[in-house]
Design a protein around this ligand. Structure first.
Ligand code: G6P
Length: 331
C-alpha cells in the first residue's frame, strides 16, 4: 500500500497532487493545442473524443442533454453545464440518479442522456441508465473504469483516463470529468462560426491548465494554516455563483466527507432568501473567485487541500471516511 501511495501519506493527498498529470492524461491525444500557422484565421483546432464521432450529429440535434450522476460526479456535470449550454445552445438538465428514479422522470426518444460515474458501478446511476434506455434515449457513459457496468451498458462513451482513484472522496476524477464534458461541448460546437472565438480561448486555456493547477497546488501550506484556524468550527459555508456554484457544493461535500464538519455550498444569489439568517460574525465564509469555463477546475484544488488538512488535523481517516464507500453498489 505504501508503494501505491508513491511517497504520499494518503491516497487522497496523492490524488489531489496528481491532478496536473491526470488532467494531461485526460486531454492527451484528444485536444489539438498547437496552431500550425500562427494567426491563420482558417485553422480550427480540433477536439476528438473518439467515442463521440459517430453520434455527433445525433447529439447536436437532440431535444435536450440530461446529465445523470451521484455525489461528486453530479457536481462535475453541474460545473460544466454552462459550457454545454453556451457552446451548443441546447437545453441541459441535471439529475441526481436516485431522484430521477423516485420521480420516474419523463425521458424521451430524442433526449441524450449522459451518465457520469467515476467507478461506473454506482447502483442508482446504473438503474437510471436502464430506465433511460427503456425510454429510447441515446445514452452516453463517462467513467474512469474501462469495462465497468456503465461503460458496457451505454450506447457510446468516453473514458476519463484520470488513472486509478483509490481515496473514497473523489478528487482527480472530478476535475477530469469537468474537462471531458468541456471537450464534449467544444467538439459539438466545432462548426459554429459564432462560437469560434470562445472555443479558441477555451482550447488555449486547456493547454495551460495542468501548469495552472500545479501552481495552485503550491497553496498547500496556506490551506493547512487555514485548516488550523477552521478545524474547531461546527459549520462552514461556501458561497459562489455561476460556474463556481458547483465548486461551492463540491468543496462542502469534501469537507463533510472527510473532516466530518457540517458544511454547505450556497448559491450566492440565493443568500438573501434565507441563508443570510445563519450568518453572524463567527461564521467562517470561504468564497472562491468566479470567472469563466475552466475556473471550477482550478478553484476546487485549494478546497480539496483544505478538506484534506481539516481531516488530518482532526486525526480522521481521509481515505476511508466513516460510513462511506468508494463505490455505492446498492440502492
Ligand atoms: C460515492 C463516493 C463519492 C462519489 C459517488 C458517486 O458516494 O464516495 O466520492 O462521488 O459515490 O460515485 P461514482 O463512481 O458514480 O462517480
Amino acid at each position: 500500500e505504501q508503494i501505491m501511495k508513491g511517497g504520499a501519506d494518503h491516497f487522497m493527498q496523492k490524488e489531489i497532487h496528481e491532478q496536473p498529470e491526470s488532467l494531461l492524461q485526460t486531454m492527451r491525444g484528444r485536444v489539438q493545442f498547437q496552431r500550425p500557422a500562427l494567426g491563420n484565421p482558417y485553422f480550427n483546432p480540433r477536439i476528438k473524443l473518439g467515442g463521440l464521432v459517430e453520434v455527433t450529429e445525433t447529439l447536436k440535434r437532440c431535444r435536450r442533454v440530461m446529465f445523470v450522476a451521484c455525489g461528486t460526479s453530479y457536481h462535475a456535470a453541474m460545473a460544466a453545464r454552462q459550457t454545454i449550454e453556451e457552446m451548443c445552445e441546447v437545453p441541459v438538465v441535471l439529475e441526481l440518479a436516485s431522484d430521477l428514479l423516485d420521480r420516474r422522470c419523463p425521458i424521451f426518444r430524442d433526449d441524450s442522456c449522459v451518465f457520469l460515474s467515476q467507478s461506473g458501478e454506482t447502483a442508482d446511476t446504473l438503474r437510471a441508465l436502464e430506465y433511460a434506455k427503456a425510454k429510447g434515449a441515446l445514452c452516453m457513459g463517462i467513467t474512469n473504469t474501462v469495462g465497468s457496468s456503465i461503460s458496457r451498458s451505454t450506447h457510446f462513451g468516453v473514458h476519463l483516463n484520470a488513472g486509478y482513484e483509490i481515496g473514497v472522496a473523489s478528487t482527480k476524477a472530478y476535475t477530469s470529468q469537468i474537462i471531458v464534458v468541456t471537450m464534449m461541448a467544444l467538439q459539438l460546437s466545432e462548426d459554429s462560426i459564432s462560437k469560434r472565438e470562445k472555443r479558441d480561448q477555451i482550447i488555449d486555456e486547456l493547454g495551460q491548465l495542468p501548469g495552472k493547477v500545479r501552481r495552485t497546488l503550491m497553496l498547500d501550506g496556506t490551506m493547512q494554516e487555514l485548516a488550523k484556524q477552521l478545524m474547531s468550527q461546527h459549520s462552514l459555508m461556501f458561497f459562489a455563483r455561476g460556474y463556481n456554484y458547483a465548486t461551492a457544493l463540491e468543496a462542502a461535500l469534501k469537507v463533510k466527507e472527510v473532516s466530518l464538519i457540517h458544511s454547505e455550498g450556497i448559491l450566492a444569489g440565493e443568500m438573501k432568501h434565507g441563508v443570510l439568517a445563519l450568518v453572524d460574525e463567527n461564521l467562517p465564509i470561504v468564497v472562491p473567485e468566479t470567472v469563466e469555463a475552466l475556473q471550477p477546475v482550478i478553484n476546487i484544488v485549494p478546497l480539496q487541500l483544505l478538506a484534506y488538512h481539516l481531516a488530518i488535523l482532526k486525526g480522521l481517516d481521509v481515505d476511508q471516511p466513516r460510513n462511506l464507500a468508494k463505490s455505492v453498489t446498492v440502492s
